[in-house]
Structures are given as structure tokens and as C-alpha cells.
Design a protein around this ligand. Sequence first.
Ligand SMILES: [Fe+2]
Length: 166
Amino acid sequence: MPSKKENIENLQKKLGEVLGLERAAQKAVDELIAMKLLKSDSKNEAKEIQDEASTHEEKIQEVVNAFSEDKNIKLDTAKVEESAKETEEKANKIMKTYLGENPDASEALEFLCLAEGGEVSHYEVLQAICENFDNKKALTTVKSILKEEQKHLTQCIEMAKSVVSP
Ligand SMILES: [Fe+2]
């Protein structure tokens, strides 16, 4: 079992990672639209996902603030931010590598599937970490975001399939 110190470090790192993923997801949608890889229906749906990513970012920031103000936890917001930056950069690199030279709509949507899949798994782990702390509000927030991420993943899979279906 992790110690209290380890739990706090895990929380710091994982909150930073989900923040970074949410920021990267918002930028990715802008970039894919600018590259004209998302059109009509997919474009609108991706924009909705982007809006929700922005809301998730705000909600996670509130969770970070609450844990940093908690005297028993004193979450280090600088460390969270460091982890967020690192993750955002990594996500950006992964996108560039994945899309390669001449990306098409299928690849763009499959990249979004990859990104949403990453978010789902990170929120699953974050939820497990939050179970170690007595903070109902944080746990509820993480659970509700996880549900939306699962929905995003399904949406992206459907969009990716629609490109190749009649
Ligand atoms: Fe998402």
C-alpha cells in the first residue's frame, strides 16, 4: 500500500497529467480543423468535445485548488503544473508522429480515439488515487468526467467508423 506521501505525489502527478491531456485535446481539435481534416458532422462533434474538455480543465483546476488548500494534503500546485506541461508536450509530439506527412480524415479521427482512450485510462487511475483521500467532491467530479470521457471515446470511434462506412 502506498504511504500518505506517495499518495499525495501520485495525486499531484495524475492531476497534472489529466490537465495536460485536456489542454492538448483542445489544441488538437483546433489543429485538425485548421488542417481541414475534420469536416461537417465530425467538425461539429469535435467542437462539442472540445467545449467539454475546456469544462473538464476548469473542474480539475478546482480540484487541484481544493487539495492545495487542504492543510492535511497541501498539494503542490507548481508540481501539478510541471506534470501538466510535460504531458501536454508529450501529447503534442504523439499527435505529430501519429499524423505523419500526409494525414487523412481517418487518421485524424483515429488520433482522437487514441487521445480519448488515453484520457479514459488516466481518469480511471486518477479515480483510484482519489479513493485514498477523504474528499467526496473531488471523487464525484472525477467520476463524472470519466463518464463523459467514455462517451467521447465512443463518439470518436463512431466518427472514425463513419468515414469508412457507406
Ligand atoms: Fe475527452
